[in-house]
Design a protein around this ligand. Structure first.
Ligand code: ATP
Ligand code: LTN
Length: 334
C-alpha cells in the first residue's frame, strides 16, 4: 500500500528574553499537540533575534536554553527536527532571493516593525524591516503546509503566503502556500501589568510576564499582582481585559472551554480566580521545569540533537533552494 506522506509544519521562536507563558500557550502547546501527525521542524530562530541588539555571551546561553526548553515542554527529538536557524545556511540564502520579490510597501505595513521601531528608536536597522522575508524563507524552504503561531504573527504569515504565490505565479509551482494554525483560546495572552498589550518576553517589566522557568512562588506573586478591574465580576466581556486574560490562561491550561471556565468561576471572587490561575500555571509548568533541569545536565545529548537535526534540515531545504536558483536563472554548480 502506498504510504501517505505526512504534511509539514515549521515554526520558530526568537531567542530574545526568556520563554513565556504567552509563547507556551500561543505556540509551543500546539507544536506538542501536532507533532505526531506532521513532519515538524522547530527552530530557535537566532538570526531573527539580531534585529534587536544582543549581548553575544548572553545570546549563546539563551539559544541553548531555548532548545532545551523545547524538549522539556514535550517536543520529541526522535520525531521532530530541532535546530538553530544559523546552523542551516539556506535560510539566509533564500531570504536574499525573496527580498527581491517583496515590496517596500508591503513591509512598511507590518505592525511588528512599527512597534519595534518605536521601542528601539536608536536602532531601526534594515534587518528589522526585512524580518518577515526571513520568516517567509524559514517557512517556504521546507514546503511547509502549516505554521502554528500566536495571532500576532497573522500579518507575517500573510506576507509569506503572498511571496509564495507571487513567486509561483512568475516561475510556476515552486513553493507550497502555507496556512496558519492559531489557537481558539490563548492566541494572544496579554501582559499581566498592562492587559491591553500582549505578553512579551522582551518586556522590561518582569511582572508583566510569566517565564516558563519561574519558580512557583514567583508565579503566585506575579498572578496575585496581575491588573484586573474594580467591578469584581468574573465573566469574559469587552473591556475586562485583565479578567479575560486570566480566564484565557485558565481555560487553555485546564482544558475547560471558556463557557465551562466561566461557570466554574461563577459566584467566586477575584482572589479565588487568581489563586486557581496561579495553581494551574504552577502545575502545568512543574513537569517542564523538572525535565529542563535533567536535560541541562546532559549537554552532549542536546548537542547531538541539534547537530543531527541541522544536517537533515540542510538537506531538505537545499532541495528547495536548488529549485529556486534554477528557476531564477543561475548557472547550476554541477
Ligand atoms: P519579543 O517580545 O521578543 O518580540 P515574543 O514574546 O513576542 O517576543 P516571539 O518570538 O515573537 O515572542 O513569538 C514566538 C511565538 O510565540 C509566536 O508564535 C508568537 O505568535 C507566540 N506568542 C508570543 N507572544 C504571545 C502571546 N502573548 N500570546 C500568544 N502567543 C504568543
Ligand atoms: N516571527 C516569529 C518567529 C518566527 C517564525 C518563523 C514563526 C521566525 N520564523 C517561521 C513561525 C515560522 C515571531 O514569533 N516573532
Amino acid at each position: 500500500m502506498e504510504k501517505v506522506k505526512k504534511k509539514v509544519i515549521f515554526s520558530g521562536i526568537q531567542p530574545s528574553g526568556c520563554l513565556t507563558l504567552g509563547n507556551y500557550i500561543g505556540a509551543l502547546k500546539n507544536w506538542i499537540k501536532l507533532q505526531d501527525e506532521y513532519n515538524c521542524c522547530f527552530s530557535v530562530v537566532d538570526l531573527h533575534s539580531l534585529t534587536v541588539r544582543q549581548d553575544p555571551k548572553e545570546l549563546r546561553r539563551r539559544c541553548m536554553d531555548f532548545l532545551v526548553q523545547y524538549i522539556a515542554c514535550g517536543l520529541d527529538p526522535e520525531k521532530n527536527l530541532l535546530f538553530f536557524q544559523s546552523h542551516v545556511s539556506t535560510h539566509a540564502e533564500l531570504a536574499w532571493i525573496l527580498n527581491c520579490y517583496t515590496y517596500m510597501g508591503e513591509l512598511s505595513r507590518m505592525t511588528q516593525f512599527k512597534d519595534k521601531s518605536a521601542k528601539h528608536e536608536d536602532n531601526i536597522n534594515s534587518g528589522l524591516f526585512t524580518y518577515p522575508v526571513l520568516m517567509a524563507s524559514d517557512i517556504l524552504l521546507y514546503q511547509t503546509d502549516l505554521v502554528p503561531v500566536g495571532s500576532d504573527q497573522k500579518q507575517h504569515l500573510e506576507i509569506a503566503r503572498d511571496i509564495a504565490l507571487r513567486f509561483n505565479h512568475i516561475y510556476g509551482e515552486t513553493f507550497t502556500v502555507p496556512e496558519g494554525y492559531i489557537p481558539e483560546v490563548g492566541a494572544r495572552i496579554m501582559s499581566l501589568q498592562e492587559p491591553t498589550k500582549k505578553m512579551s518576553k522582551s518586556d522590561d517589566n518582569e511582572n508583566a510576564f510569566i517565564a516558563l522557568l519561574d519558580s512557583p512562588d514567583v508565579i503566585r506573586r506575579k498572578v496575585k499582582r496581575a491588573v484586573t478591574d474594580s467591578d469584581n465580576e468574573i465573566r469574559f466581556a469587552e473591556g475586562k481585559d485583565g479578567i479575560n486574560n486570566l480566564l484565557s490562561i485558565y481555560s487553555s491550561l485546564s482544558g475547560k472551554n471558556m463557557q465551562q471556565t466561566e461557570e466554574h468561576f461563577a459566584d467566586k471572587g477575584y482572589g479565588q480566580l487568581k489563586e486557581e490561575v496561579a495553581e494551574v500555571v504552577v502545575e502545568s509548568l512543574r513537569p517542564i521545569q523538572e525535565k529542563y533541569k535533567q536535560m541541562m545536565n546532559d549537554k552532549d545529548y542536546v548537542q547531538q540533537i541539534y547537530t543531527a537535526s541541522a544536517e537533515k534540515a540542510l538537506s531538505i531545504s537545499s532541495r528547495t533552494l536548488k529549485k529556486v536558483y534554477k528557476k531564477v536563472g543561475f548557472v547550476p554548480k554541477n
